[in-house]
Every structure is written in C-alpha cells, then in structure tokens.
Design a binder for this molecule. Sequence first.
Ligand code: GDP
Ligand code: MG
Length: 432
Amino acid sequence: LGGKISSALQQMTNATTVNQKVFDKCLNDIARALLQNDVQVEIVGDLQSNIKRIVNLDGRAEGHNKRKIIQQAVFSELCKMLDPGKPSFTPKKNEPSVVMFVGLQGSGKTTTCTKYAHYYQNKGWKPALVCADTFRAGAFDQLKQNATKANIPFYGSHTESDPVNVAVEGVETFKRENRNLIIIDTSGRHVQEKALFEEMLQLREATKPDLVIFVMDSSIGQAAFKQAQAFKQSVDVGAVIVTKMDGHAKGGGALSAVAATKSPVIFIGTGEHINEFEDFNVKPFVSRLLGIRDLSGFINQVKEVVQVDEQELMQKLLEQNFTMRIMYELFQKILEGSFNQVLSMLMPKEHENESQVKIRRYLTMMDSMTNEELGSTDLKLMKESRIMRIARGAGRQVSEVFEMFQEYKRLTISVSKMKKMVNTRHTDEFTS
Ligand code: GDP
Ligand code: MG
C-alpha cells in the first residue's frame, strides 16, 4: 500500500505542473491503494473530499506551493483519521484502575492482556490479571502460563462457569491486595453472537472498568469496521489495540477501528512475544502507511509533508503581522525541534545549543509581557517602565530584554523577506 501512495505522490511531484487532471489522478491512485488495504469505502470517500476541500476551496492553496499543500493534506488527513480528538483513559498509579479487554476469539486478547500488564509493570505499576473467559476450556491455563512467565499475579477458576462471578471476585481480591491495575481478559466466542455481547455488557456492569479496550486482529480486512462498531455499541469501547501488525502490516483496519469506536489506537502488537508491543503514534504510523520507513528519510523525500503542525504557524507568519506573540509561538516550535526548515531561513546559523538557551530565556521574558505588549508590532510601546517590569518579572537584566527586542527586529525583517520569497515562488509556479 505505502509504495502505491508514495508513488502516486511522487508522480505528482514529478509532473511539471499540478493541474486538476494530475491532482485527480493522484487522488484516485491514493483512494485505490487505501481500498486495497481494506480501508472502508466511506472512509476513503471522506478522505478524498477532505483533501479536495483543502486544496481547491481553500484560497490559501493558490497562494502557496500547491504541490506541498496536496502532500500535506494527504498526510494530515490520514493523521486526523487516526486521531479521534480525545485521548483515552490512562491508568494512574495512586488509584486502582480496572481495564477490560474485549474482542473476538483469536484476536489476541489473552496475549495482549499480558503484554499490557508487563508494559505497565515495567513502568512501576502493580498489575494483576483476571481470567473471565469461562467459555473456552484452557483459557485460564493459557493466561496462567503467560502471567507466571511475566511474574504477574493472576486470578481465575477451572470450575466456576459464570464469568461475572469470576471477574467480580478477581477484581475484589486484587483491590484488597492493593494492585493498582487490574486487567480482565474475556471470552471472544459464545454459542451465539448476541450472547457474547450480552456477556460483555454484564461483565462491564459488574466490574465497572475505567477503560474497555477493543483488541483487533489487523488481518481481518473489511470486517474491521463492523466488528469494532458492534463492540462499541454493546460495551462502550474507549481504546483500541491492533494486533499482528508483524504479519500483515496493513493500516486499513486501524483507520476503520478508530472511525467505528471514536477511540484512539493505543498500542500495536507486533509478534507473539511479550515484548513485541509498541506504543501507537499517529505520525510514524501514517508514514509507514505511506511507505516511508523512517520519518527523517521522509522529510528529505517529500519535503515539508510532515510539518503538519507547522502549517498553521506558517500561515500566521505569511499572512499576519509579525507580533511578539507569533514570535513566541515560533520559539516554542523551534524548541520542540519542529520548525527547522523555517528556522534555517529565518535565523543566522548560530551554535545550536547557544541559541536554544537564548530562546528559552526569551520565552521566560515574554511570559512577563502583557497581552497588549505581545500583540503589538510597535516597539515604541515598550517604555522604560515596561522594560523594567519585564526584566524584574523574568529575573533578567534590562540589557537582556533589549537583546530580545533586537532579535524581534531581526526576525521581523527575515519574515518579511520570507513573505516576498514565497510570493515570488507562487508566481513562478502558476505561470510556468
Ligand atoms: P484471544 O483468543 O483473543 O485471547 O487470542 P490469543 O491471545 O489467544 O491469541 C491468538 C493467537 O494470536 C496466538 O497464537 C497468539 O500467539 C497470536 N498473537 C497474538 N498477538 C499477536 C501479534 O501481535 N503478532 C503475532 N504474530 N501473533 C499474535
Ligand atoms: Mg483468550
């Protein structure tokens, strides 16, 4: 898949002019690749229209380098689809959390429960595992074996047939023992599908988990959306873990699961071993989906595509008056390490460490400035009393405040140069 999408982008990058035809072809190629990767038809449609909207209807697209806007739109829209906008519950050390795992038989629940427990145990939590799968013979033994290997306390029964009883007893036992992360493994199969969801609902009502995690096998293809949705509807899923990413490495299912559950993917399983478990991060995942192995290589390959975060600030720089507040945002981005290309255009190449220290100092001083001061572009506003106040507030010398104003002046000039440059480039682009 990734290869196809990046080659679609590449073809567009190679085309001398990006007209509607080239753009449409690129979008169609991307759509086809996503469909082949089991991304749901509706999701692909949304992606296409979002990108079109951004590129065509947005007046800004005309003012910028159009190619870059398209590349950025593809990347950022894929990122958005994997980000439901709200983070999932995360366990706290100082209060006991109960986390319940749900998902179909074979999806990897029992394996993933242990991985999850092990992950938090390494970070200093005191996890415990409860086996509420009383349907499948051998389920408890499997959990017991995994838990023993990882040195994690477990609870279960060979004789009790009611999963709710086992779960409630397990949770109570571990709460008494001051375990702060109690994880419930459940069954994924039943005589009837309806009965499975009924059981999950009862388990949830009886144990009141802080988080329900839906575990999904990455290889289930187009079934992902429906499956995720069914679990969401019955037990209010709050997070997703996608397993077996080692075998198939398809991303389509993850997109569907996020769309269906409106919950984030929090981890991915990349093998059978307990350590084959990774934090899920949207940007690297999307890069991988686009066929780019590492992000830094990607930056070189299709320049500026990853600078999704920077787009907004870039627009401010290009379209608004350069206030101290915009300088503040710029400095923050620079410290995050995310505005390097713009930085190299704007600032003389100083020693990196030295400028980092300076930037931090400037930020502290700007924290002592009022809204009015930050929103102004006129340094005449900065009377002596104000300068004294800023220096005092930040615990700095008056001369250092002046130094910051000098930097501001320098940047104001650089930014206006950059504006000119971008406008000239834009003319080239659309007249050639
Ligand atoms: P459950 O029925 O949902 O509890 O699923 P299990 O935890 O028993 O896992 C089913 C099978 O998938 C087992 O053979 C696991 O070893 C395997 N499995 C689970 N997660 C992964 C993964 O991330 N990668 C691979 N390759 N295999 C996995
Ligand atoms: Mg199991």
